[in-house]
Write a protein that binds this ligand. Structure first.
Ligand code: JB3
Length: 218
């Protein structure tokens, strides 16, 4: 079984390591931008150095796991782009990313999962839903039938995306938020934790509250 290098050694990496271990995968190690972590370990997996460590492994010899979540994805922050940038950089160089599907998730046989997506414990992906590349459907989140979820999105724990909802690329859906059926959310929109979205959301907008309303960022 091809060894895995995990990119990022933070909170998201803990879950990535646990799910990959549950699937019997072996690790070459972690790489992280924070030099203070180099030489240490996370949950028994060594932190080998920075992203340049990957250069020493030809794409055919290794599988990558993108464990950059979105620590800094506060309202209006562009931290989500780190996850996308790394994914696109290494895919362009021929590397493959592990799609991480928890054995404790429910995935409909007619759902389509994109390259390198993460579907974690308790998540539900219903019939004919499409999940984009590098997208995270986090712990206990739900994506219902006929949804089209873009690439590089993060549907955070407990969020509920009802039937036939469309999300553009890099949409962040906050913990416990609800998006009702047939809503369209534009690329890079941010939906606040606990928001209840009952109407379309413009690209790049940030919406909060119940019912969710756009907020103007300073
Ligand atoms: O909400 C949940 C359930 N999970 C969150 C997850 C989705 O996002 C979690 O609570 C955090 O909010 C966040 O987890 P993440 O992204 O692991 O955050 P943090 O603990 O800050 O770890 C990010 C790691 O990525 C840090 O150790 C950074 O040094 C590292 N990093 C940042 N840029 C990088 C780069 N590592 C590499 N290899 N390359 C980079 O460019």
């Amino acid at each position: 079984m091809t060894e895995i290098i995990v990119i990022g050694a933070g909170g998201h990496a803990r879950v990535v390591i646990a799910e990959l271990r549950a699937g019997g995968h072996k690790f070459a190690g972690l790489v992280d931008a924070d030099a203070a972590l180099h030489g240490k370990a996370l949950d028994g997996v060594p932190i080998l150095g920075g992203d340049d460590v990957i250069d020493g492994h030809p794409p055919a010899d290794i599988i990558l796991a993108n464990a950059i979540g979105n620590r800094r994805a506060r309202i209006g922050d562009s931290a989500l782009t780190i996850r996308r940038t790394l994914f696109e950089r290494f895919v362009a160089r021929g590397y493959r990313f592990a799609s991480i599907i928890s054995p404790a998730a429910f995935i409909s046989p007619t759902a389509q999962l994109g390259h390198g997506c993460h579907i974690f414990a308790g998540a539900i992906v219903q019939p004919a839903a499409v999940i984009g590349a590098n997208t995270i459907v986090n712990t206990g989140a739900q994506v219902d039938h006929d949804c089209v979820i873009g690439a590089h999105c993060h549907i955070t724990p407990g969020a509920v995306v009802c039937g036939a909802v469309t999300l553009g690329d890099e949409v962040h859906v906050g913990a416990g938020a609800v998006i009702v059926h047939d809503v369209n959310v534009g690329a890079r929109a941010m939906i606040g934790a606990g928001a209840v979205v009952v109407s379309d959301v413009a690209a790049g907008a940030t919406v909060l509250g119940n019912p969710a309303r756009p907020v103007r960022l300073k």
